[in-house]
Structure formats: C-alpha cells, structure tokens
Design a protein around this ligand. Sequence first.
Ligand SMILES: Cc1cc2nc3c(=O)[nH]c(=O)nc-3n(C[C@H](O)[C@H](O)[C@H](O)COP(=O)(O)OP(=O)(O)OC[C@H]3O[C@@H](n4cnc5c(N)ncnc54)[C@H](O)[C@@H]3O)c2cc1C
Ligand SMILES: Cc1cc2nc3c(=O)[nH]c(=O)nc-3n(C[C@H](O)[C@H](O)[C@H](O)COP(=O)(O)O)c2cc1C
Length: 739
Amino acid sequence: MLRQIHSLAGLISALLVMLIGLTGAVLSINPALERLAISVPAGVSVAELAGRVVRHYPGAEQIQRTASGTIIVYYSAGDVSGVDRVDPSSGMAIAPYAPPAYARWFKELHRSLFLDTPGSAAVGITALLMLLVSSSGLFLLLKRVGGWRQLARPLHGNRSQRWHAAVARFAVAGLLLSAVTGSYMSAATFSFISDGSQDEPDIPATTSGGTPLPAARLPALLATSLADLRELSFPLAGDSSAVYTLRIRQGDAYVDQSSGALLAFRAHSNVRESFELIYQLHTGEGLWWLGLILGLSALGAPWLAVTGIAVWWQRQRAKPRIANNSAPASADCVILVGSENNSTWGFARALHDALRQAGQRVHTAPMNQFSSRHNAARQLFILTATYGDGDAPACATHFLTNVAGIAPNQAASYAVLGFGDRQFPTFCQFAQEVDAAMAARGWRRSLELALIDRQSPQEFARWGSQVGALLGHELVLDYAPAHPHTHALQLRERIAYGEEEHDPTVVLRFIAAPLPASAGWLKSRLARHRLPRFEAGDLAGVMAPGSSMPRFYSLASGSGDGVLEICVRKQPGGVCSSYLYHLLPGDRIEAFIQPNPQFRPALGKAPVILIGAGTGIGPLAGFIRNNTGQHPMYLYWGGRHPDSDFLYEPELRNYLADRRLTQLHTAFSRVTNGVHVQTRLMEDADNMRRLIADDGQVLVCGSRAMAASVRQAMDQILAPLKLDVAALREKGRYREDVF
Ligand SMILES: Cc1cc2nc3c(=O)[nH]c(=O)nc-3n(C[C@H](O)[C@H](O)[C@H](O)COP(=O)(O)OP(=O)(O)OC[C@H]3O[C@@H](n4cnc5c(N)ncnc54)[C@H](O)[C@@H]3O)c2cc1C
Ligand SMILES: Cc1cc2nc3c(=O)[nH]c(=O)nc-3n(C[C@H](O)[C@H](O)[C@H](O)COP(=O)(O)O)c2cc1C
C-alpha cells in the first residue's frame, strides 16, 4: 500500500518536482553568495549605522538588513530616487542594489511557474505531494535496509533500485524539510494559515513633538543592535509628528524622532516567529550552510524522479500478466500463485488458459491477495514455490494468516501444486504447509498435494490430466519454462585442496568471458569485465555440458569483487562437480545467477555467527571479506585435515589480522582425536549464549548432515536461554544454505 502511494504520488508530481528541485537548487546558492560578499561588523548599533548612512545619504528613506547581513539603503535626492548596497562600517555606497536578474527569474519560476495564482497553487500541491513522496520513501527505505541503525548498509537490488535508494539516503532529510516548509509557506500564501504579519503595533496617536534629534543619538536606536535589525524607515522630513518605523528580529515598533523613545513596541507573536523560522529553513536565508545542504538535496530530486520512474517501469514489466482474467466473484476456478522468480507464473498461465479453453471462468492472483472475495469459486488451485529454508515466496508471505481468517466455502474444494527443487533439504515445504493449513481450516481437498521438482514439464502435464479428470474434461498442460539467461564465464584461477583424496575440493574464480574476436574492438572493450550482478550468498546455477539440469553453487564473492568465486567438492560420479573440478584456467562455462537474499549477514552491531563445514565456507568467506566495517563476526568451520583441505586458510589469517573476522574456531575430523564443528560449538557454549543474548544472528552453510548436527547442538546450547533454533529461525536470526 505504502509503495503504491509512493509510486502514484511520485509519478504525478515527477515533472514539477524536477523543475522545483532544480530551481530550488539554483536559488539555494544565493544566501552563500551574499554571505561571501559582505563583512558583518560586530557590536554596531542601529543608531551608529543610521548616523553613518545619513552622512552619505541625507535623503535616506529606509535602511534594510537582509537575512544574510547585506545593508540596503532606499533614498531620494531631489527628483531622483534609488537603492544602494552600502558598507555598514562606513555607510558609503558599494553599488546600486538590484537582486541578480537570474535570481528573480528563478524565484518566479520556483514560486509560481510564471503563472500567478494558478502557478502558486500548482507549486503548493507539488510541495504536498513531495511531502507524501519523501515521507513514504523514508519509510520504504528504512524497511528496505532494516531500520535506522542500518541506514548506511550496502544496498541490494538492480542498478536503478540501488541508485534510487542511494540518492534517497543522502537527499531525503533535505527534501523532507523543503517539502514541509514549502507546504507551510504555500498554505500561508493562500491564507489557509496565518503568517502573523497582521500583528503590527498601532500607530501612536501622540508624539513628543519636539525638535528632531539626529538618528545617531536616538536612545531606542542606540539600544538596538545592528544584528537584530530588519528595517528602519525614516520619518518624512519636516513633519514633527512623524515617527521612525523600526522592525527588528523580536518585533515591530515606532521611535519618537525627538525623544528617541520606543513607542508602541509589539513583540512578534508565536505565529509570526514560526513563519519566519520556517521561511528561513526553506530558503536558507541567514543560514547559508543550510541553504547549500538544501540545494544539494534538491539536486537529488530530478535524479530520484528519473530512477523512480525506471524502478516503477521495471516493476510494471516484471508483473506477471494474465490475459482474460475473470473477476474473482464470477470465477468458477481461482488460481492462487506463490512465486519469487516468476517461473511459477508461467505454469499458472498455462493452467489458466487451458481451463478457459475448457469453458471455465478463471481468476488468477498472487496468494497474498487471497480473501473472502475468492470464496464464490467452486475450485481453488494453489500453485506455489518454496524459498530459503522452506519459506514462502515474497507474494505468499501473508497467505497462511489470511487462510486462518477466512471461513471455508463448503461447496468449494482446493488442490495444491508445489514447485521446488530436491537439491534443497526442505523440498516444497511451503506447499506442504499450505495444503495442511487449508485442510486444518476445514477446506475440502479435491486432489492430493502434488510436488514438482525443478519445473518438470512432464510432472506438470501429469498433474494436468488429474485436474482434467476432476473437472470431467480433458485438460492438456503442455508447458516448458524458458531456460534461465546464462552468462559466459572464463576460469581465471583454480586453487585445489586435497588432490590426493577421492573427493577433493577446488576454489574456482571466474571472470566475464571476453567476447570472440569477431565481436569487434569496441564491443569487446565495452563488454570486458561485465559480470552479472550478484552478492556473496547468492547461487550460481551451472549446467554441465550434455546435462539440462542445473546444479547450484553458493557464491563466495560479490560482483563488486570482480570475480565470480565458488568452492566445489568433487562428488564421486558427480556430473557437474566433476566437470567443474577438471576445468583449467582459460576454460569457459555458462552460468546463471539465482538471488538468495535471505542468506545474508544482518549488518549493524549485533554479532554474526558463521557456521559451516567443507565447501560451506564459500559464502561465509565472502561475508567476512566484505566485513570492512569490522562488525563482530565469528566463524566456526569444520574440515578434514589442516594439511590437505584447510580452505581459505591464508585469507582467514589475514581477516583475523585486520579484524574483519573476530574469532576463528576450526574443527578437523581426520586428525588424532578429530572433532566436528558441532563439538566446537558445544565447547564454546558460554560464548555462543553470550553472542545470541546480544541479538546475534546465525548463518549455517554446508551439507545437510552437518546442518542437522549443528541444529541439535544449538538447541542444547540455547536451552538455558529458553530459546531454540526454531524460535531464532522465526525471527530471521537463524538461516541455512544447505545442500
Ligand atoms: C542451495 C545449494 C547450494 C549448493 N552449494 C554448493 C557449493 O557451494 N559447493 C558444492 O560443492 N556443492 C554445492 N551444492 C551441491 C551442488 O549443487 C551439486 O549437488 C553437487 O555438486 C553434486 O552435483 P553433481 O552434478 O556433481 O552430482 P550429480 O550428478 O547430481 O549426482 C548427485 C550425487 O549422486 C551421486 N551419483 C551421481 N551419479 C552417480 C553414479 N554414476 N554412481 C554413483 N553415485 C552417483 C554422487 O555421489 C553425487 O553426489 C549446492 C546445492 C544447493 C542446492
Ligand atoms: C535461493 C533459493 C532457495 C530455494 N529454496 C528451496 C527450498 O527450500 N525448497 C524447495 O523445494 N525449493 C527451493 N528452491 C527452488 C524453487 O522453489 C524452485 O526453483 C521454484 O520452481 C521457483 O519458482 P519461482 O521461479 O516461481 O519462484 C529454492 C530456489 C532458490 C533460488
């Protein structure tokens, strides 16, 4: 919802925000330029200034002091009148005063787009929209990075998303201030709120009427500091009843021209003071440094508008499209989809089209949208993937809660089809949870839960024929998902461990494969070193030649490191691991990236406990390498023998030395009295409990057997804290990447 508000308000106001941002940035330089051009004398009274001015301008009518300290004199001499900027230390003219033409031009454009009242109204509405966009943007940003304390953490997402968030991070405070103050000032322009300017003192009915004293000797002016002056208007010459009008920071008053007494002083009301403060905060006048900060933030506005539109457009394009989607209330069949990377949508679309061809009215929607509106349909199909450690994909995270609140339709039935990958230990776990939750809530199951491994078209077609039998007509589901987009990589470096053993390990570092010579000089120059974007903890999918089934490898580097690094154990008889193990520098492979954003260390002060064995060290080493902020990180890792497979040993020693790694605990199993990593955890139980009590987060990577033993050990360690792995997992503080 918040995202929709942010996008809609941003899209509506984008053009005007760009214009107002740019003009605001230009205007913001003025206070600093003015401040540079003047020297402000200290300890001078208004009387002294008036005396100096009158010496050079006998016909002075008014002295003004701008917020930046510039002194301006309005005068007449005979028939001629003029305005000069004067030197406050001497009262002498510096130059005729005229605000720079460009500043007037930009001010007009900024305030009213040269369109008088309608223009001012448009600017006011834009300020309000900007307020909405910046405040919703701030909330989205905090949600994205995980709170105030994480505001500086590295950003995820594609290029536009990262740029949008990075500029927002720097500009949002300034933009919010400009938007709040701009909205307030617009409201005052249209008299929706008072600016307090009506609070002038009443003109005194009587004055002393004596012989006027020179301005330099008037007590009220002697008692007023030049620093407080806004404006001093001189009385009309020869009129003994006339008075000086004195406007100062604290209020407005009249001054008797012969006694020099302060008459009818009226202090500024709170309303007026607030308006002046807000005016100052908006323009930076008198606060040149704030003006520059606001100007820099305003420069971010066009950039935010452009990247924001790009992000919105990408999201629109990535949205799964379903043609001929019936309304939920009139549909015979409802298809609910849980998908992270969209491939399940392709299957859902195929089912949608086939059901329509069979004469059904079908409504297809993301699982999170499930509500009582979908209750009218006779048949509910739920197609969902599983992610992370058996979790829901992003568009299905609220589904189980929604189900709990919806009364089942006794005339309807449901069928769940799970999409997953048997390489993951929790194969289709979320689909299983969904199926069980529907049954527990009292929904009637029409088909047994079916699970599809690696998007198999054959398994999908088989399920289709069961659906056909259920509905009483033939249903052909002939759908094969497109292959993921792969990238050509070239092996640059290969570090082998335990070569004498029958299942050795190798660390492989790839770079983007150079284009063939036929691609031309320019193209190959531009394409050089262009790795796809990824982060340590994501997965590389590799298809060995002759095999259509990709294998996943956890990434030990981010694309920012300039290499794609994986750590592979050669499995006896294993197709892909053997293929990768035998690669030599210069060899090329094809790989695709599968993001795995759940498996990341939470940055901040809380300790990160990294636990792994064997090749599971890959992503953990990547996290430590990136820990340049020296946040507390503890590594517990198990290998076979320190002489043969101490993976990343030199790097880990360096990380300990430069404090990217706080502690290293190793466990070797093939030495005398060998132990596994879970033993080290048990030995260090007190430390572990302290780290967990300090909000520590646990990331486990490696084999399923190791992960199971670690879970058991952790449950025992956590018991005195009345905690267990399940409780930590629920809070996202225990994550596994196991295989
Ligand atoms: C999320 C995730 C992350 C992963 N990260 C890593 C990682 O960082 N490093 C890593 O090394 N692996 C990782 N894996 C495991 C990796 O994806 C592969 O499963 C592994 O490399 C084995 O693939 P393979 O093609 O060599 O074996 P396959 O050909 O798929 O065979 C699987 C197993 O069956 C056995 N087998 C196969 N054929 C025969 C045969 N003819 N005779 C006897 N036995 C046979 C082998 O023992 C082998 O272990 C990860 C897996 C997942 C799901
Ligand atoms: C990072 C990641 C984690 C995954 N975790 C699981 C899992 O725990 N269990 C499972 O069965 N499948 C898992 N899968 C496989 C996906 O569920 C499967 O590929 C699915 O078809 C993807 O559908 P989608 O493209 O619609 O999101 C995972 C895939 C990725 C990339």
